[in-house]
Design a binder for this molecule. Structure first.
Ligand code: DQA
Length: 146
């Protein structure tokens, strides 16, 4: 049997990691974070797929495409976290493990970042731990999948 697949998703502006507000998000690039997640996944016997998109619809399509195919989704939705009910509904219709991940701690930032429409449909949430969050997310998936 093939390894369970984890779908790692990134939303808008996360393609700019490394250049974008490094005092908040750090200097590691998106490729660095994906490489760390892929390495952790490999060690845990999981296959990692990745998509970053600035378009909400691409993320909805990817979540729908994970139904019945991927064992877990790890998602950093970027600013879509705070208002994209289409992501909420797509994740509600997905029956695997969902980990919401943020590099920064949105709850310690501007008030508009304190609402997440994704959290109610996430199995768990990892915030504020920078790039280490990716390794923790994969470890959480490994444990939750048993
Ligand atoms: C973020 C937090 C969001 O509020 C913000 O819009 C992002 C990045 C994070 O990883 O800390 O784009 O999701």
């Amino acid at each position: 049997m093939s390894d369970p697949t984890v779908l790692l998703l990134h939303g808008p502006n996360l393609n700019l990691l490394g250049e974008r507000e490094p005092e908040i998000y750090g200097t590691a690039t998106l490729d660095d974070h994906v490489a760390a997640a892929r390495s952790a996944a490999g060690a845990a016997g999981l296959t990692l797929e990745h998509l970053q998109s600035n378009a909400e619809s691409d993320l909805v399509d990817a979540i729908q495409g994970a139904r019945g195919r991927c064992a877990a989704i790890v998602i950093n939705p970027g600013a879509l976290t705070h208002y994209a009910w289409s992501l909420h509904d797509a994740l509600a219709a997905y029956d695997g493990v969902v980990i919401e991940l943020h590099l920064s701690n949105p709850n310690a930032r501007e008030a508009w970042r304190h609402t997440s429409v994704v959290s109610p449909v996430a199995t768990g949430t990892i915030v504020g731990l920078g790039g280490h969050g990716y390794v923790l997310a994969i470890e959480a998936v490994r444990r939750l999948l048993g």
